[in-house]
Design a protein around this ligand. Structure first.
Ligand SMILES: Nc1ncnc2c1ncn2[C@@H]1O[C@H](COP(=O)(O)OP(=O)(O)OP(=O)(O)O)[C@@H](O)[C@H]1O
Ligand SMILES: [Mg+2]
Length: 258
């Protein structure tokens, strides 16, 4: 059964999509079967994986009960497009609306080792569906003074989901993303996070580089486009694997690093 991780943040542009794409790439390279789920009507993750824009059905059809998850998987990506915004509206009026993705993914959970879910930049019904479908919630945050507040708000949603819908949900941790550790600002933001959340903060910090936007535009993994930067995500993947207790995959990752 797949270990499912939802990547979320309260704010937009914190590197969620890039994190899902690149962790997927790293984990696939150590031989894990990974399903990447795009749960954002912007469809950025689908574009980054170069899923054709007319791919059909999509996660919107799955949430609407009009397609099975297995039939909506294209090259191990469950894509999204703007139609997902409408699904969210329809979903909001239904019973069990927070459980819809969880139920839908049951059908594919057996085929994968890991499922990574990319959330939209809001803590609404889609993000709630993602965390309820997940075993772990991974927070992404930009290196800003305000990031603490955003992390606290996302944590509230995780707590609410735990209390009311999914007691087994675990907070995997928070990663500081798009950071320039040469600046005092970034270093202080990291120290602030550490002080507030201790070991929940990943040691790995994802360095800021324009190469990420370029790699997204070319629909290429940063691991190929700029392997020197990709090492950040290899380190993050190692920490993630340690936290989910996947020692055999960690060993393979070590040989990949070497
Ligand atoms: N480490 C990085 N350094 C610099 N730019 C980055 C980095 N990671 C991602 N980016 C760029 O920053 C922008 C936002 O990243 P991304 O799309 O991953 O964030 P997001 O949280 O998914 O955004 P949204 O909330 O809109 O879904 C994109 O243009 C992306 O290419
Ligand atoms: Mg995104």
């Amino acid at each position: 059964m797949a270990t499912t991780i939802a990547v979320l943040s309260q704010k937009g542009g914190t590197g969620k999509t890039t994190t899902v794409r690149t962790l997927t790439d790293v984990l696939r390279r150590v031989g894990l079967d990974v399903l990447a789920v795009d749960l954002d009507p912007q469809g950025n993750l689908s574009d980054y994986f170069d899923v054709p824009a007319d791919a059909d059905p999509t996660v919107a059809d799955v949430l609407a009960g009009q397609a099975k998850a297995a039939d909506a998987v294209h090259n191990d990506v469950l894509p999204a497009n703007l139609g997902l915004a409408e699904s969210e509206l329809i979903l909001s009026g239904k019973m069990g609306r927070e459980m819809t993705l969880r139920r839908a993914l049951r059908d594919v959970k057996r085929r994968y080792d890991v499922i990574l879910i990319d959330c939209p930049p809001a803590l609404g019904l889609l993000t709630v569906n993602a965390v309820v479908a997940a075993d772990y919630a991974l927070l992404s945050t930009e290196a800003q003074y305000f990031s603490l507040q955003g992390v606290e708000q996302a944590l509230e949603v995780i707590e609410l989901a735990k209390d009311n819908l999914h007691p087994d949900l675990e907070w995997l941790g928070v990663v500081m993303n798009i950071a320039d550790m040469r600046t005092v600002h970034s270093r202080e933001a990291y120290a602030q996070l550490k002080e507030a959340f201790g070991e929940k903060v990943f040691e790995t910090v994802i360095r800021s580089s324009i190469a990420y936007a370029e790699s997204a535009e070319r629909a290429r993994s940063i691991l190929d486009y700029r392997p020197d930067l990709g090492t950040d995500y290899v380190s993050l993947a190692d920490e993630v694997l340690a936290r989910i207790g996947s020692d055999s995959a960690r060993k393979k990752l070590q040989s990949l690093r070497a």
